[in-house]
Design a protein around this ligand. Structure first.
Ligand SMILES: Nc1ncnc2c1ncn2[C@@H]1O[C@H](COP(=O)(O)OP(=O)(O)OP(=O)(O)O)[C@@H](O)[C@H]1O
Ligand SMILES: [Mg+2]
Length: 162
C-alpha cells in the first residue's frame, strides 16, 4: 500500500563493506584475502591520510597474490610493478607527488602512461583522489581512517557493476 507509484527501476548504490583492523598485520591479512578473491584487470583506488595504512594494505594484497619480493612505497617513482607468480602484473602507484592541481595531476599521470595499465592487471593507486577524473567507473574504492592508535577503519566499496 502506498508504494505503487515508485518507479520500477531503482538505483541500487553499491554496499560498502567495513573492516576494523587492530594492527598492520590484520590490515595485511584482510588485503591478502581480498586479493585472493579478485581477478584482473582491476583498478583499486586507495584513500586515506598520510600514514593511514595504504602501503601496508598494498603489501598484504601483493602477498596474497604470491609476491615474495619486498613491496616498497612508490612515492618517488610513481609506479612500481610486480610480476605475479601465476601470471600478470600488480602495479602500485602513488599520486602523492603529482601536482595538487587536478587537471595538471591528471595530465602528469597520463604522461607516465598510468591509464594504459588499467586494463593490464591489478592497479592499486594511493592518493587516487589526485587523479579522480582519470579513474575508471568500474573499480574498487578502499578508504582507510585512523580510529585509535594501531586501529584503522577500512571501508571497501565495489563499483564494478556501475
Ligand atoms: N591497523 C593498522 N593498519 C595499517 N597500518 C597501521 C595500523 N596500525 C598502525 N599502522 C601503522 O601505520 C603506518 C601506515 O603506513 P603506510 O606507509 O602504510 O601509510 P600510507 O597510507 O601509505 O601513507 P602515505 O600517504 O604516506 O603513503 C605504518 O607505520 C603502520 O605500522
Ligand atoms: Mg603509502
Amino acid at each position: 500500500m502506498g508504494f505503487g507509484l515508485l518507479p520500477s527501476v531503482r538505483y541500487n548504490p553499491p554496499m560498502p563493506v567495513t573492516f576494523l583492523s587492530d594492527s598492520p598485520e590484520a590490515t595485511q591479512a584482510w588485503a591478502a584475502q581480498l586479493a585472493a578473491g579478485l581477478s584482473p584487470p582491476l583498478v583499486i583506488a586507495l584513500y586515506g591520510d598520510l600514514g593511514a595504512g595504504k602501503t601496508v594494505l598494498v603489501k598484504g594484497f601483493a602477498a596474497g597474490l604470491g609476491v615474495t619480493v619486498p613491496v616498497t612505497s612508490p612515492t618517488f617513482t610513481l609506479i612500481n610493478e610486480y610480476a605475479l607468480p601465476l601470471g600478470g602484473t600488480l602495479y602500485h602507484a602513488d599520486c602523492y607527488r603529482l601536482s595538487e592541481r587536478l587537471d595538471q595531476a591528471v595530465s602528469e599521470a597520463r604522461t607516465v602512461g598510468l591509464e594504459e595499465l588499467f586494463d593490464e592487471g591489478f592497479v592499486l593507486i594511493e592518493w587516487a583522489e589526485r587523479i579522480q577524473p582519470l579513474l575508471p567507473k568500474a573499480r574498487l574504492d578502499i578508504e582507510l581512517t585512523g580510529v585509535a592508535p594501531g586501529q584503522r577503519r577500512i571501508v571497501l566499496t565495489d563499483h564494478r557493476s556501475s
